[in-house]
Design a protein around this ligand. Structure first.
Ligand code: AMP
Ligand code: ZN
Length: 462
């Protein structure tokens, strides 16, 4: 299996240090709902985990919950996003953290993202973070300003190894760019002191004074606490390459001399008309927004799989609708194959060829768009129904589209009659009335879609 490693900026053959594969994904900052862009990041991490499992690797997966320390400005200015969220909603910062964490877990579940083996909350690893900062300090990589303890990036010759075209010369003494009390632009906070003017809700004692950890230290500390000094894979969005992951590596190197992850993998952005979707813009789309528009959460998962994770993904409702139609076609096909297929005895060469092509696509840095192309070729192939079905069920382990569980469910009479009425409105080309009925059916907890054999009703939350 070849995976693109941001460290070498190339695809490398993957093999783990030992079994199981140890994989850490940067988790959400829980001051607001996750938007569709954030969720792309976890569909990607889940697809990677499922692909590893498909090729026989056992995987231990950790996702963290950032519930303290992520400032509104990546350069350590601004305020803590969590405290800002609490003020916005007039709630305690702890309530905010737990509320949005819960909402995130629900999204993860709806998207059929396998639950990680641990969810690590930054606020539950304060001791580990302080211990790590102490080691960084002992090794001579820190200095103090009036507002915190900072990492001196000029002391680390490997600083910036993850950034393409990074010029370490700019860090040399004498060429430093001062930013406030920071000695160099790239220096970053390890520990921030609580401000004497504003009482913080989250703060802890430390050898340097009362305060809270910088954002980057949590991931290095929790990753290493879970997995040891070096583990296999670290994931996140591309925005993490120049700052968060670069600084994570700096901390690990200052502690142990080693980069703590062997493969650094990043998903590109989900973009919409306004560019990168982001929480700070306020008007983002969350999973619930598309559910309210009548989409199934797995429509979004499928939509994500149609574009390679290292390419930007453009969101539009038209594109999502096209993904919905294709996913529904696939699901209906599986249902009818389940109803029709008799067990096949032979193992035709054609099946093996499809199997190889699917595996090769996934093994080539998770080429899901190509793998899905193979899925549809299988459906229109001359393979027997039994072979088609068994291939789709096997591959669903990687796709995560719940094809194995798909079955025809009987909707209650009143819902069926609404669907029939919608059918006749569509036949009369009265699409606005038909759409209103689609919404009404949805309000009863059912999603109606159309197949060549007539309408299909599926439970909204299956
Ligand atoms: P956050 O909750 O801001 O800490 O981000 C959670 C994850 O979502 C991180 O891995 C980010 O890199 C990623 N992310 C943020 N915005 C987007 C976006 N528009 N598209 C894809 N991934 C994103
Ligand atoms: Zn992180």
């Amino acid at each position: 299996m070849r995976l693109f490693n941001a460290l070498s900026r190339s695809k490398e053959e993957f093999s783990p240090l030992s079994s199981p594969v140890r994989m850490y994904s940067c988790g959400p900052t829980v001051y607001h709902y996750a938007h569709l862009g954030n969720l792309r990041s976890y569909v990607f991490a889940d697809s990677l985990r499922r692909a590893l499992m498909f090729f026989g690797f056992a995987v231990t997966h950790v996702i963290n919950i950032t519930d303290v320390g992520h400032l509104t400005d990546d350069a350590d200015a601004g305020e803590d996003k969590m405290e800002k969220g609490a003020r916005r909603e007039n709630k305690s910062v702890w309530d905010i953290a737990r509320y949005y964490e819960q909402a995130f877990l629900q999204d993860v579940n709806s998207l059929n993202i396998l639950s990680p083996h641990s969810w690590t909350r930054a606020t539950e690893y304060i001791t580990e973070q302080i211990e790590m900062i102490k080691r960084i300090e002992e090794n001579g990589f820190t200095y103090q300003t009036s507002d915190g303890i900072y990492f001196d990036t000029t002391k680390l010759s490997e600083y910036g190894e993850l950034i393409e075209g990074f010029n370490p010369e700019q860090l040399q003494a004498g060429k430093r760019v001062s930013v406030g009390e920071k000695r160099a632009k790239t220096d970053f906070a390890l520990w921030k002191f609580s401000s004497p003017e504003q009482k913080r809700q989250m703060e802890w004692d430390s050898p340097w004074g009362v305060g809270f950890p910088g954002w980057h230290i949590e991931c290095t500390a929790m990753g290493c606490a879970q997995f040891g000094e070096v583990f296999d894979i670290h994931t996140g969005g591309v925005d993490h390459i120049p700052v968060h992951h670069t600084n994570e590596i700096a901390q690990a190197r200052a502690c142990s001399g080693k980069n703590h992850a062997r493969f650094w993998m990043h998903n590109e952005f989900l973009v919409d008309k306004g560019g990168k979707m982001s929480k700070s813009k306020g008007d983002f789309l969350r999973l619930q927004s598309i559910i309210d528009e009548g989409f199934h959460p797995l429509d979004y998962r499928y939509f994500c799989l149609l574009t390679h994770y290292r390419k930007p993904l453009s969101f539009s409702f038209e594109a999502l609708s096209a993904a919905r139609s294709a996913r529904e076609r696939l699901t209906h096909k599986v249902i009818s194959l389940k109803e029709s297929s008799l067990p096949g005895s032979d193992m035709p060469a054609e099946r093996l060829v499809f199997q190889q092509r699917f595996s090769q696509a996934i093994a080539d840095d998770l080429n899901f768009p190509e793998a899905i192309g193979v899925v549809f070729e299988v459906l229109s192939s001359t393979l027997s129904d039994a072979h088609k079905l068994s291939l789709l069920i096997e591959w669903d382990g990687v796709l995560g589209l719940r094809l194995a569980q798909a079955e025809r469910e009987t909707a209650p009479e009143h819902v069926v009659s609404l669907a029939k009425k919608r059918d006749s409105l569509r036949a009369q080309k009265d699409f606005s009335q038909a759409d209103a009925l689609r919404d009404e059916i949805l309000s009863h907890g059912w999603v109606v879609s159309d197949s060549p054999d007539g309408f299909v009703l599926q439970r909204k939350d299956d």
